[in-house]
Design a protein around this ligand. Structure first.
Ligand SMILES: Nc1nc2c(c(=O)[nH]1)N[C@H]1C(S)=C(S)[C@@H](COP(=O)(O)OP(=O)(O)OC[C@H]3O[C@@H](n4cnc5c(=O)[nH]c(N)nc54)[C@H](O)[C@@H]3O)O[C@H]1N2
Ligand SMILES: Nc1nc2c(c(=O)[nH]1)N[C@H]1C(S)=C(S)[C@@H](COP(=O)(O)OP(=O)(O)OC[C@H]3O[C@@H](n4cnc5c(=O)[nH]c(N)nc54)[C@H](O)[C@@H]3O)O[C@H]1N2
Ligand code: SF4
Ligand SMILES: [Mo]
Length: 861
């Protein structure tokens, strides 16, 4: 038994390189329920981050009462993190939405039945379609947290039913850059690497990724190597002293703490060092890449000293990090929001892909790239085209790809809105502001807390010209401003599949009934399609399925022949064992562990998902320009000079603002804020200042400060932390739905959302907004009444722990960690799923003469 609030990552199960990650089964049940009393365990996977840990839901008397990790799952080998353990199920019978709500004449939201709510939507929809704007009057802003079947259905409604280009996900804020970078370098979205690369690697580079807090189970996997006999070195690129940064120091790696917004200068310097020292696989570069000369010329000015001046890190640390990248036999890289939510997001993320291509570190065990996802089902939003992508990773600019979809859906290709680039999320909000979009359908996201520049977002949501539909399980800050609120069934209350970072597909079964009249997103959109009477070219209903499995079968046909091939999967095949990584088809019936083992990339003009962009300007390359380069299955090395971020600190706003997460909460806390244990661990917002900045401002631990940007203000007690000078960090989790000082309809009392401050700017290629760089001033408002509520277990630990109580969970936070026989390591079914017998097994030791065994100590001994 352990308290997994105090001990976030649980007990270590150390092991050596090239040995299996031992199993440890974590479980947590409601304090009132004994394990023997559980009625049944229902198979699922956690939806509180992109790691996608396999789990079983405990059900008693028709209610979710706990969770247990699945030993057989290749993703987590039984483990779960604090959010999964405490946050995945406790919200289910709290203050849920149980009826549709519509805005009445007096301005209040009132309960109604489904017919009333749907009639109101359909009436508005038909009215707007009859205006000159037609389908361009409709916008959809969806999520990275629904199920595959729901996205695909929404995608078909939007693209073939209505024909609107205005559909995007909050994935634009999240993983748009992952997709963009993979497309630019390799021709298509799709994660090259695998989590199992952790078992085989010699160095792990984490670029702007606080994995310790945001994929806790993946971090356990890294820690179990770090504590084993021949540990990998860790390199952390993060302005804060995260647990990842601490591990970098402990393993003889490097912690590079660049000033926010300077990643590209750092990447150019690392690339230059690798090239100048000849740490290259010249054969791989010649045979499998294009663009080497341009890359070499672009990075040439970025000496370590030059980059050190821009990033304000020691030049020798850059040299040392480059040497680790250049000389480790195998390197695994991960990239996330410290890179993605920046003005040169795609450029810097492509630079990571470049480094792997330069050394030929791809498609082999231990040599993965994980352009991470954040949300649990963001991969599916992209795959299914519920964002700005075309389903099946098809290319908007390729008429043949559009024709394939038109044929599959039996519609005229002209209804599929491929005549203009798809509208990205922030542009959709701009059209709402301008009034050209008159209906905005928001599902599974809480933009009144998560979008930049909240004062502006609130104004747009309250605009008379905009009819907003919000589909959620709770009355969120956003739902309170809607015209129609639809009560959604959530995880555990509906069936469907979703896919994690390393392409692993899980089936999540329905465990319990949804509350009241709540319906799944799939049911809601099927109902809308029926009421709108969308038809195909033969007059048959456009949507030909009526349940999740039917939607999944339809989706499989959409993926036939594409990289993202689901044709070999069925619901039944996903039952009982582990999740399975796509492509799954006749050639790889048990799935595919890693892509590009043969260094053949989907860059041929007829395969590729994009013809590419100029990384500096976002300018689109034409098909002719693309063909002229004759990619022929080779990957692109993509270059870009560094440019400074659009908003920089100055006299009026002297601090760089950066925002992000803490381990205990998920986003706007609609689920984690309803878990006692997680809520106590991180009850309210805080702002982190460095020791010397705090001293200069005359601020002490816990003092209340006001942060002010050109857009707005927020207030928070100060944590004097271990960040770098000149930078303020604040978590973005805290809206106002549960604040005691709020009347529930508008932000009252102290504004606590980080996005009151952030700016509306985006990366030119991925269009991902810049949550990691802005400028603020900091003013003390009041003396401390005690230490700030920031947790002590993580990156927000105080510089001086004296007088700050350690974060702990207490008696209702006990978790069982069941360690399997350490000699047995992995149970037989997990082993089988990890190395599918029929799949090509690039992991075979025979492929890699350089491979060492557990008895053979690595470089660090
Ligand atoms: N506990 C928890 N886990 C989560 C989530 C959650 O809300 N809570 N959300 C999930 C989702 S959707 C996502 S997208 C992921 C996000 O996961 P992460 O990207 O790991 O999380 P963040 O805290 O947003 O940002 C990561 C780090 O970027 C650093 N950073 C800030 N500015 C810069 C910069 O300019 N350069 C560099 N190199 N680093 C910088 C920050 O200091 C921070 O530690 O987490 C997923 N997992
Ligand atoms: N300042 C700052 N802002 C950020 C970020 C940052 O780092 N800094 N990160 C950005 C990132 S990466 C992300 S991913 C976003 C996240 O931002 P949001 O998407 O706004 O965050 P959530 O709180 O997860 O909102 C999801 C909503 O969907 C609901 N929901 C959950 N499951 C279902 C379902 O099955 N059906 C329906 N209909 N609803 C469901 C939940 O109750 C919740 O209200 O925030 C972004 N905003
Ligand atoms: S690591 Fe992510 S998927 Fe796994 S239990 Fe934690 S929140 Fe859930
Ligand atoms: Mo995200």
């Amino acid at each position: 038994m352990t308290d997994r609030i105090a001990d976030v990552w649980g007990a270590r199960t150390p092991h050596a390189r090239d040995t299996a990650w031992p199993v440890r089964v974590d479980s947590h049940l409601d304090a009132s329920v004994a394990e023997a009393d559980v009625d049944r365990w229902v198979q699922s996977a956690c939806v509180l981050c992109s790691n996608g840990c396999g789990c079983d839901i405990a059900v008693k008397d028709g209610r979710m009462v706990g969770v247990r990790g699945r030993a057989a799952d290749t993703v987590n080998h039984g483990r779960l993190g604090p959010k999964g353990l405490y946050g995945s199920w406790q919200w289910s019978r709290t203050d849920r939405l149980t009826h549709p709500l519509v805005r009445a004449a007096d301005g209040n939201l009132v309960e109604c039945d489904w017919d009333t709510a749907m009639d109101r939507i359909v009436e508005r929809s038909r009215h707007l379609l009859a205006t000159d704007a037609g389908a361009l009057s409709h916008g959809f802003y969806t999520s990275g947290q629904l199920f595959l079947e729901e996205y695909y259905t929404l995608g078909v409604i939007g693209k073939a039913g209505l024909g609107t280009p205005h559909m995007d996900g909050n994935t634009r804020l999240c993983t748009a850059t992952a997709a963009a970078a993979l497309k630019e370098n390799f021709g298509s979205d799709g994660q090259p690497g695998s989590y199992s690369d952790i078992e085989a690697t010699d160095a792990v580079f984490l670029f702007g990724h606080n994995m310790a807090e945001t994929q806790t189970v993946l971090w356990m996997r890294v820690l179990d190597r770090v504590h084993g006999p021949n540990p990998p070195r860790i390199v952390a690129v993060d302005p804060r002293t995260t647990k990842v940064a601490e591990a970098a120091r402990a393993t003889g790696g490097v912690h590079l703490a660049p000033l926010p917004g300077t990643n590209q200068a750092l990447m150019n310097a690392l690339t230059r060092e690798v090239i100048r020292n000849g740490w290259l696989d010249e054969q791989y570069i010649a045979a499998h890449t294009l663009g080497y000369d341009e890359l070499k010329a672009t990075v040439e000015p970025y000496t370590p000293e030059h980059a050190a001046g821009i990033c304000r890190v020691p030049a020798d640390d850059i040299r040392r990090a480059a040497e680790i990248f250049g000389t480790s036999e195998r390197v695994l890289s991960t990239v996330l929001q410290g890179f993605y939510q920046s003005h040169q997001a795609t450029a810097a993320s492509c630079a990571v892909n470049n480094l792997h291509l330069l050394r030929g570190l791809l498609g082999r065990p231990g040599c993965g790239i994980l352009q991470m996802n954040g949300q649990p089902t963001a991969e599916n939003t992209r795959e299914c085209g519920a964002d700005g992508d075309l389903p099946g990773f098809r290319n908007w600019d390729n008429p043949e790809h559009v024709r394939q979809l038109a044929e599959l859906w039996n519609v005229d290709p002209m209804i599929i809105p491929h005549w203009a680039p798809p509208t990205h999320a922030l542009q959709i909000w701009r059209y709402c502001e301008q009034g050209s979009i008159g209906l905005l359908w928001i599902s599974g996201t809480n933009p009144a807390v998560s979008l930049p520049d909240l004062p502006r977002i609130r104004k747009i949501l309250q605009q008379d010209s905009l009819f907003t539909i919000v589909q959620d399980g709770f009355l969120t800050e956003t739902a309170r401003m809607a015209d129609v609120v639809l009560p959604a069934a959530l995880w555990g209350e509906k069936q469907g599949t979703f896919t994690n970072v390393n392409r692993t597909v899980h089936l999540s079964e329905q465990a319990v009934e949804p509350p009241g009249q709540a319906r799944s997103d799939l049911e809601i959109w099927l109902d809308y399609a029926r009421r709108m009477d969308f038809r195909d070219a033969d007059g048959a209903p456009l949507i030909k399925w009526s349940d999740p499995e039917g939607a999944f079968e339809a989706w499989k046909e959409c993926t036939r022949g594409r990289l993202v091939d689901y044709t070999g999967l069925t619901y039944d095949k996903l039952r009982g064992g582990s999740g399975i990584p796509w492509p799954v088809n006749e050639e790889a019936p048990q799935g595919t562990e890693r892509l590009y083992a043969d260094a053949d990339f989907p860059t041929r003009p007829e395969d590729c998902e994009t013809y590419g962009h100029d990384l500096l300007t976002g300018g689109v390359l034409s098909e002719q320009e693309y063909r002229a380069r004759y990619p022929d299955g080779r990957a692109f090395l993509k270059a870009a000079a560094y440019v400074p971020p659009p908003e920089q600190p100055g006299r009026e706003y002297p601090f760089v603002l950066t925002t992000g997460r803490t381990v205990y909460h998920f986003h706007t806390r609609t689920k984690t804020g309803r878990s006692r244990q997680l809520r106590r661990a991180a009850p309210a917002v805080w702002a982190e200042l460095s020791v010397s900045d705090a001293a200069r401002l005359g601020v002490r631990e816990g003092d209340l400060v006001q942060l002010e940007s050109p857009r707005g203000v927020m207030r928070a007690p100060v944590r004097i932390g271990r960040g770098r000078d000149g930078v303020v960090f604040t978590p973005f989790h805290y809206g106002y739905w549960d604040r005691p000082d709020s009347d529930g309809t508008a932000p009252g009392g102290e504004p606590s959302a980080a996005n009151e401050l952030t700016l509306t700017e985006w990366d030119p290629v991925s269009k991902q907004p810049l949550f990691k760089t802005g400028a603020v001033r900091v003013t003390k408002i009041a003396d401390a009444t005690g230490p700030s509520p920031a947790p002590t277990t993580t990156a927000s630990a105080p510089a001086d722990p004296d007088g700050v109580p350690a974060t702990a969970g207490g008696p209702d936070a006990e978790v069982t960690e069941h360690l399997h026989d350490p000699h047995a390591t992995t149970p037989p079914d997990a082993e089988a799923a990890a190395t599918p017998p029929d799949a090509p097994a690039p992991g075979d030791a025979a492929d890699h003469p350089g491979r060492t065994t557990a008895a053979d100590p690595g470089p660090e001994g």
